[in-house]
Write a protein of this length. Structure first.
Length: 488
């Protein structure tokens, strides 16, 4: 499909005025295209050659609209750091419309598009720094097999935007199957718009749970909560397995279909630190890495409360009780793959837990250790592993490897087959904040080559890429614990 042939529909905006406000974007005066994502072009059914189309600069900042587009600011609310905030909504983003391809419908969302009725005291803009971070994060998690929103393109400008300092304005077009958040349901519940809440439940079920279409609203709402609980458990299991910390898991940042959503102060682990806090505004550690499973369950409870107008307390509790076993099973399965274990045995969780304790005590780099373990074949001394663990823990490492060798002896696969499988489960490249900042620094100087390189690596994180070894290295101590805020 040519770019000129893209025509958008508006299933969400057509739900009515209660769901948001029709408003045009405020475009940049002098937009400049920074990057078009070829993988997302393919996802949307747009010809790869269209990445060179000069219209992207204008489409990506709202100066020109896709055919049929009717930009729409969505209204929602949510709990932020555990406190309900009724004054939320699309304050700097607009739903442009939806595009269909290969039986799937994708929403295009323009972020940084200017003020809306929900901007509060904000300027409605995004900056190049945060836009690049979101662009890369969607590719990073998608490449790791974890559900995420993605971005179609980035457009920059010479427009100054004030955050902690003066920065350059930028926009991206976010792509997701839906932008409906937990907070959409909370908004209609707390404002007692039960008819609109009913309509939203039916809308989401029709899209993602067609098998319950036509059932009562109570049955649909229960099915939706059960679906979202399962999807959210699987999502956080993925995060924990790859060492990803979201940083700001408010209910307005939770997708109803279990996508990683609204990237702000996120971070991948360098050294394995269960208490890692990536958001320097999170003074209590509410959203620390190890707290994420509990916070997601807390958010699901908030969603359940928003559905309580239609579903009994007993049924809501029954749905939520699926979270922990789904999380435990999903996480255990992912960690067995990282350890090269095809069969499931009773002691596997204890084996994994003892390894994680070793990594924490030994201040080991999470990604590099598992990647090195993928090359391990029982050699002693295990030099590649020892150099990643503090010397004081070398004895503990040897003891763990003895246990691991004994466990591997129960497997049918040979070491070469196991190593190949483990290399496909343990990435060489993850989006460390240190390297993301290098990409941002270059882009702010007009050099987009590091961005192009990083996109390539994140889309193929398990491959070796021998020409780009430096992007896989652990950062220097000064590059760890980089302060990242919610400002964008």
């Amino acid at each position: 499909m040519k770019l000129s042939e893209v025509t958008l529909s508006h299933h969400y905006a057509d739900l009515g005025d209660a769901f948001g406000t029709r408003i045009d974007p405020t475009p940049f005066e002098h937009p400049g295209l920074i990057h078009v994502n070829p993988a997302v072009l393919q996802l949307l059914g747009i010809d790869a050659a269209e990445s060179k189309n000069p219209d992207w600069a204008q489409l990506g900042c709202g100066k020109k609209l896709f055919k049929g587009s009717r930009p729409f600011a969505m209204k929602y609310t949510g709990h932020q750091f555990g406190v309900y905030n009724p004054e939320l909504g699309d304050g700097r983003a607009l739903l442009l419309g939806e595009i269909e391809n290969a039986g799937r419908r994708w929403e295009l969302h323009l972020k940084g598009a200017g003020k809306t009725p929900y901007s509060r005291f904000g300027d409605g803009r995004a900056v190049l720094r945060s836009t690049i971070r979101e662009y890369l994060a969607g590719e990073a998690l998608t490449g790791l097999g974890i559900n995420s929103t993605r971005a179609l393109c980035i457009v920059g400008s010479d427009e100054p935007v004030t955050r902690e300092q003066i920065e350059s304005g930028a926009m991206l077009i976010r792509v997701a199957e839906t932008h409906v958040r937990f907070g959409h349901f909370e908004y209609f519940f707390y404002t007692k718009q039960l008819e609109a809440l009913h309509k939203l439940i039916e809308f989401v079920c029709q899209r993602f749970l067609p098998e319950v279409t036509g059932l009562s609203v109570s049955e649909q709402a229960e099915a939706l909560l059960r679906f979202t609980t399962r999807k959210s458990a699987e999502l956080v299991a993925g995060w924990q397995s790859v060492g990803f910390a979201h940083g700001v898991l408010n209910t307005d940042n939770m997708s109803i279909i279990g996508d990683t959503f609204d990237y702000g102060p996120y971070g991948f682990l360098d050294d394995y630190e269960p208490a890692f806090i990536c958001n320097h505004s999170d003074h209590t550690g509410r959203y620390a890495f190890e707290q994420q499973p509990g916070v997601v369950l807390w958010n699901l409870n908030a969603l359940a409360h928003a559905l309580s107008a239609f579903v009994s307390t007993e049924a809501l509790r029954d749905c939520l009780e699926e979270f922990q076993p789904r999380l435990v099973d999903g996480y255990a399965a992912r960690m067995r793959r990282k350890l090269g274990l095809e069969m499931e045995e009773d002691g596997d969780q204890a084996l994994c837990a003892s390894l994680l304790q070793l990594l924490a005590d030994g201040q080991a780099d999470y990604t590099l250790f598992f990647r090195a373990l993928a090359h391990y074949r029982g050699e002693r001394p295990a030099a590649a592993l020892r150099e990643l663990v503090a010397p004081a823990q070398h004895g503990a490492l040897e003891q763990w490897l003895d246990r691991y060798d004994q466990r591997l002896a129960h497997e049918d696969s040979d070491s070469r087959a196991r190593n190949r499988a483990m290399l496909g489960a343990n990435p060489k490249y993850v989006l460390r904040n240190h390297y993301a900042q290098k990409v941002i620094d270059a882009a702010e100087q007009g050099d987009h080559r590091p961005l192009q390189t990083m996109v390539l690596l994140l889309q193929n994180p398990f491959d070796e890429h021998p020409d780009h070894e430096t992007w896989a290295a652990a950062p220097p101590e000064s590059g760890k614990h980089m302060p990242v805020s919610c400002s964008s």
